[in-house]
Design a protein around this ligand. Structure first.
Ligand code: GLA
Length: 382
């Protein structure tokens, strides 16, 4: 069943339209967004679909192909901590739209989430952004037709996630889902919101991007993500800068911090921002060997300095490298979720097989391996 069909079954009529928004993988620039840094995500071909019709009242009625039952809530009941589970990512959007000065009605909505759940591929941002895209068109806010309108929707979706779903995430996922274009990576400057489209044509270079969903636990609402964020904020305060993006002299900054853990967190963030710039230069020059080497350096930094990797992610990265990948790294928040590997296209199946074998040897669940290409951001489908 798809979203349109689920809408008809639940509400007994056809929806007014169908919208969708993609999940993402971040090529590089991890845990930099909330530090005012740089990130370089691409949108995935996997998307979340929202079939929707506006209502004359303020009720939100939502069904999902992936969940049983109908969730019904009045927009007046939505607030921090007041909606539970996946529906919070939906209900947070009209709540945040109204707070941004866009009055909205209730909605009948059917969701079909094709972005693997809990895989660190931003299924939650895809859900928020699909709902936001539907509202933008149905209410004629016309925010999808310009980059500045889309950037407004990024803020709305981020607020929905931070305030209503209670996940203190940094905005990269919503930016990717709304601002990415097909065949491009999005160079995102989280200090001033500046974006740049960087062409990515791996196929022309005989390469492919493999996603390895480790199917290991991944939950951003738990404490680890917030703890990393808090450490970065404390470090910035000690260094007298607004965000770690302002750190220009890393050795001097490290010398001023006396906690070893904090020093390593700062070193990751500052070197990772540098790696984003280096990957963009290498991509533009077609130096893919260098791109791969920087990916792997990023993983090492996330594993050892930022300490957000896990045995499944490390195994995925090592097995991919052993099979001939140019480079590999965890992507997204970490503690499970997915890794990416840059591989010669002809060895992609063998690389996936090597990863599966390594997982079996370690007694891990079988990972889900698939190839992705840089795809389009959120929009109207029908
Ligand atoms: C999660 C968050 C993002 C970002 C990444 C780490 O995906 O949602 O905002 O912080 O982790 O780069």
């Amino acid at each position: 069943m798809d979203a349109r069909e689920a809408f008809r079954v639940a509400f007994g009529r056809a929806p007014e339209g169908l919208w969708s928004a993609p999940g993402r993988v971040n090529l590089i620039g991890e845990h930099t967004d909330y530090n005012g840094g740089l990130a370089l995500p691409i949108a995935l071909p996997q998307r979340t679909y929202a079939a929707a019709s506006p209502r004359a009242d303020r009720r939100l009625r939502v069904v999902s192909v992936q969940a049983d039952g109908l969730v019904e809530v009045s927009l007046d009941e939505v607030g921090p901590g007041r909606v539970e589970g996946w529906a919070a990512y939906v209900a947070g959007v009209p709540w945040a739209l109204e707070r941004a000065g866009f009055p909205v009605p209730g909605l009948d909505l059917a969701i079909d989430g094709r972005v693997p759940l809990g895989a660190g591929l931003s299924s939650s941002a895809a859900l928020e952004c699909a709902v936001a895209a539907a509202y933008s068109d149905l209410c004629v806010f016309d925010l999808l037709s310009t980059d500045s309108g889309r950037a407004q929707l990024v803020s709305v979706c981020r607020r929905a996630e931070n305030d209503i779903a209670g996940a203190p995430t940094g905005g990269m996922d919503q930016s990717a889902s709304l601002l990415c274009r097909a065949d491009h990576a999005l160079l995102l400057d989280c200090r001033d919101g500046h974006t740049e489209q960087v062409p990515v044509d791996l196929a022309a270079a005989g390469l492919a991007l493999l996603v390895i969903d480790t199917r290991a636990h991944h939950e951003l609402v738990d404490g680890q993500y917030g703890a990393r964020r808090a450490t970065c904020e404390r470090a910035a305060a000690i260094l007298g800068v607004e965000t770690l993006r302002e750190v220009a002299d890393l050795p001097a900054a490290l010398a001023r911090l006396d906690e070893d853990g904090m020093r390593r967190r700062v070193r990751h963030v500052v070197t990772e921002i540098g790696r984003v710039n280096d990957v963009v230069v290498a991509l533009r020059a077609g130096e893919y060997g260098r791109v791969g080497a920087i990916f792997t350096a990023s993983h090492t930094s996330l594993r050892d300095d930022y300490e957000v990797s896990c045995p499944e992610l490390d195994t995925a990265v090592e097995a991919a490298a052993g099979a001939g990948a140019l480079g590999a790294r965890m992507t997204g928040g970490g503690f499970g979720g997915s890794a990416i590997a840059l591989v010669p296209a002809d060895i992609l199946p063998a690389t996936a097989e090597a990863v599966r074998t390594a997982f079996a040897q370690q007694g891990f669940r079988e990972p889900n391996c698939f190839e992705v290409a840089a795809s389009a951001g959120a929009g109207r489908d029908e």
